[in-house]
Write a protein that binds this ligand. Structure first.
Ligand code: FES
Length: 130
């Protein structure tokens, strides 16, 4: 039986798909616990969170409307949108509180020194900007 190649191959030495790369978003000192922070990598808007010293990244805007989640409120592991009070789980991106029903995209994060790196889709073909 011939198996088809998976849609997203994973690099052997990391947990991110080969069409993603880690790029710097913010400094560790920029993101205080309980205070979501806006970041931009290329055209990608992100919100970065510090939950007890562990960093997370989601897409920047609420899936219900045009409110940036960096202006929202962290409650435990939830982010509450300032616009209509919808909530998402920061770790999984899952929409957990009305009126939000569409999950957030989440991104892998790693810390190197004082830099927060986020795994984002590569801008060009795989291997082009290595
Ligand atoms: S815009 Fe976020 S809950 Fe409506």
């Amino acid at each position: 039986m011939i198996m088809s190649e998976p849609a997203q191959r994973i690099e052997a030495d990391s947990e991110i798909p080969v069409d993603h790369e880690f790029l710097p978003a913010l400094s560790v000192s920029d993101v205080r616990p309980g205070q979501p922070k806006r970041a931009t990598i290329g055209d990608l808007e992100l919100t970065i969170y510090n939950l007890g010293g562990t960093f997370y990244a989601t897409e920047g805007y609420c899936t219900h409307g045009r409110a940036h989640l960096a202006e929202g409120y962290i409650d435990g592991t939830l982010i509450e949108c300032r616009m209509h009070g919808g909530t998402f789980d920061i770790c999984s991106g899952k929409a957990v509180g009305a009126p939000c029903t569409v999950d957030l995209k989440t991104y892998e994060v790693k810390v190197e020194g004082d830099r927060i790196l986020v795994a984002v889709p590569r801008q060009g073909p795989v291997g082009q900007n290595a």
